[in-house]
Design a protein around this ligand. Structure first.
Ligand code: NOJ
Ligand code: CA
Length: 712
């Protein structure tokens, strides 16, 4: 990793200051720090002289000791500037510039003689700040009862929000004014197997907002380590958000030992929605990679024995003979196979063949290991051992077959949220993977957490998810964790964390459907912290065709599904549908085969949360471009220029688009494919249907290849 670091200047003001200003490198953002008369620290933020965050308080209430809320004086201020360019192991672009001005405010609480530092980093795209508790005499162990960080909005903005919840993010987004959140809360809390909401005005980050003046404001956190997830609770009379941390089973928020730091609280802001998507501030606020040799970390395109279980066409379980399983005691050898088990050696080989024929890197298989007859809902501790296959799944035979076909197997560890059990088995499970040549694992945390009373997003669990990733790094294993904490840019530090779910993924299209504009919101919310294993690529939208008992409909067109490979950035991309459905639409499937996974450059061409996202990306180490547009509920024509292409070069563009009469509900499979010649002067006016979109591959061509072809 190449780091060029320029420390511009270091300034230190000793003595007492009550108000201090910090500007972003380009001067457009300005933050003000001050201490109120009662000694409460506050900050505010402006963008191009327009207020973004009004004066907002900072601090904590502590358990059984004096709060860290007021009585502070400034004992010193350190200012620095930083400008570096770093290369991510995988990503949307080859190089990322990390450029900010920093102000560290040293605070002394007079009565208790305790010190807190608040470190602000102001970038051109936003503000990050965190609390630091240096080693000191009067503050050692302490328990945070509540973090009292405020984000005071300037008015009743439009927000794209999901209900605050300690256990799940798997909700559809609601678009509403801040003042309408309370009234809409109940209706927005849809069913999930593990969920704990906490307040009628509590929402999750990443929270995306738009002001009436056209300002886009995005609130999240970066580098969430050894600390609970921050939600936001809204005072809907004054439009002030306050941080709301996820409690542990005793109701406490965070156990701290000085010296320590909190995650960064982040505010990304722009008057152009595209800048929010292009922002790399969250990654920049994370530490550089802690993995020295990253050569084993590779983007992957995969298929899997998965959608057939999600839709109910086949099962994870092997038998219907029993409903309770005691690992080691339940006799699987004499059980009657149910005939619907998906993960059989024979069936897996069909997927391996399909992957090999179509150039996929990997095959995921779920339901391969004993225990699925009784996998959640009973608060069961010893639910899986992660190493014992079902009698009809031959690990060695499958591994040899996959290897002979040049395909990698992807392991599946469903923990059923029995986290202690997973930690007990983790080393053995990873060793088993390595023994059989698995280099990537999809893990999952379905159901209520064990130890009982803990929540998916509490400090203990946040530590667990990172522990599983760090241990995996030691084994040379890549991790894709579902139902885990939503990402906060930690993949910069641990690039083997190649994806997470942590939002409402494609699986919900089989559980009743998601809103057709869901995928136009996710890039502004969930994807801000890191890639998502969204599992796109569904071609058959009528799921009763797979399972007559499933009457769910996939709210998307085929062209929209193709575009997701470009608009939902991830180094891990699944082609989630059944091979049989791809074989019905080989011309559309071609795009999934062709599309790249890793990029030198990404250019957001059009963006509006809830309505549309259009992005062009240049494949890493090649001159190929891929472009994707996803569209919300209303049909739209997007107008784009190809001026990002190399001057003088001709390209063949294959455009996969919605037919004129396409519609996510009534006509989702109506698509058109056309090939045209483009260069950097070309312009495109392209129709997208409701819940639709388009995908384009743009490949450099010799003059002779373009002869007789139509120019755009
Ligand atoms: C939920 C995950 O999101 C899904 O992908 C997986 O198939 C099931 N859990 C079973 O592990
Ligand atoms: Ca899930």
């Amino acid at each position: 990793m190449k780091n060029s670091v320029i420390y511009a200047f270091i300034l230190c003001f000793m003595g007492v200051a009550t108000s201090q200003t910090l500007k972003s490198p380009n001067g457009e953002l300005e933050m003000q720090f001050s201490v109120k008369e009662n000694g409460t620290p506050t900050y505010s933020l402006t963008y191009k002289n327009q207020a973004v965050i009004k004066s907002s308080a900072l601090g904590f209430s502590l358990k059984n000791e004096e709060d860290l809320l007021n009585d502070f004086t400034v004992s010193g201020i350190d200012e620095t500037s930083y400008d570096e360019t770093w290369e991510p192991v995988w990503g949307e672009q080859k190089e990322i510039r990390n450029h900010y001005n920093e102000m560290a405010v040293n605070l002394l609480q007079k009565g208790t003689n305790r010190e807190v530092i608040i470190r602000f980093r102001l970038f051109d795209d936003g503000l990050g700040f965190r609390y630091e508790f240096p080693q000191q005499k009067n503050l050692g162990h302490f328990v945070i009862e509540d973090e009292k960080t405020e984000f005071a909005m300037t008015g009743d903005h439009t927000a794209f929000w999901i209900p605050g919840d300690y256990d799940t993010q798997e909700y559809d987004y609601t678009e509403s004014k801040l003042s309408a959140i309370r009234g809409l809360m109940e209706g927005s809390i849809t069913e999930n197997v593990s969920q704990t909401s906490f307040s009628p005005t509590g929402v999750q980050t990443t929270l995306m907002m738009k002001t009436d003046d056209g300002l886009y404001i995005n609130l999240h956190e970066a580098a969430l380590v050894n600390y609970p997830v921050m939600h936001l609770n809204l005072d809907d009379e004054n439009f002030v958000f306050e941080s709301w941390l996820t409690p542990n089973l005793e109701g406490d928020k965070a156990y701290m030992i000085a010296p320590s730091i909190t995650p960064w609280r982040t505010i990304i802001v722009s008057d152009d929605a595209r800048d929010i998507l292009a922002s790399k501030m969250i990654y920049n606020l994370n530490e550089p990679s802690k993995i020295d040799d990253t050569s084993w970390i590779k983007p992957m395109k995969y298929v899997g024995v998965w959608w057939e279980m999600i839709t109910g066409k086949s099962t994870w379980s092997y038998t219907n003979d029993f409903t309770a399983v005691k690992l080691g005691e339940t006799d699987y050898e004499s059980a009657t196979p149910n005939g619907t088990h998906g993960a059989t050696t024979e069936h897996v080989k069909e997927y391996i063949d399909f992957a090999a024929e179509n150039g996929f890197d990997g095959v995921l298989v779920e339901g391969w290991n004993v225990g699925w007859e009784d996998w959640f809902g009973h608060s069961k501790d010893y639910v899986f051992d992660f190493v014992t296959p079902y009698p009809d799944f031959d690990v060695k035979e499958i591994q040899d077959y996959a290897e002979s076909k040049g395909v990698e197997m992807i392991m599946h560890h469903e923990t059923s949220a029995s986290v202690r059990n997973y930690e007990r088995h983790l080393d053995t499970a990873y060793q088993f993977m390595k023994e059989y040549g698995y280099n990537a694992v999809k893990s999952g945390y379905v159901g209520d957490i064990l130890p009982r009373g803990e929540n998916h997003y509490s400090q203990w669990l946040v530590n667990h998810y990172l522990y599983a990733v760090k241990e995996a790094a030691d084994y040379g294993i890549m991790v894709n964790a579902h139902e885990a904490v939503r990402p906060t840019g930690l993949a910069r530090t641990w690039p083997n964390l190649i994806a997470n779910e942590s939002a409402r993924g494609t699986e919900y299209q089989a559980f009743g459907g998601s809103k057709p504009n869901h995928v136009t919101v996710l890039p502004f919310t969930r994807l801000i912290g890191g890639p998502m294993d969204y599992t796109p690529g569904i071609f058959e939208m009528d799921l009763s065709k797979l399972n007559p008992e499933n009457n769910s409909h996939v709210n998307s067109t085929i062209a929209n599904q193709l575009a997701l490979y470009v608009t939902m950035y991830s180094p891990l991309q699944m082609a989630a549908d059944l091979p049989a459905n791809y074989k019905r639409f080989p011309d559309a499937f071609q795009f999934i085969k062709d599309v790249a996974l890793d990029w030198d450059e990404s250019i957001y061409l059009e963006a509006e949360p809830g309505d549309y996202v259009t992005v062009a990306r240049k494949e890493k180490g090649s001159d190929n471009w891929f472009l994707g547009n996803v569209n919300g509920e209303t049909a739209r024509t997007s107008k784009i220029k190809f001026d990002f292409l190399d001057k003088g070069q001709k390209y063949i563009a294959t455009i996969y688009s919605d037919a004129k009469d396409a519609h996510y509900k009534t006509n989702p499979q109506a698509y058109e494919i056309r090939k045209v010649v483009v260069d950097n002067k070309s312009k495109l006016s392209q129709f997208s249907a409701p819940g639709g979109g388009y995908a384009i591959s743009i490949i450099p061509a010799e003059k002779s290849e373009t002869k007789g072809m139509k120019k755009l």
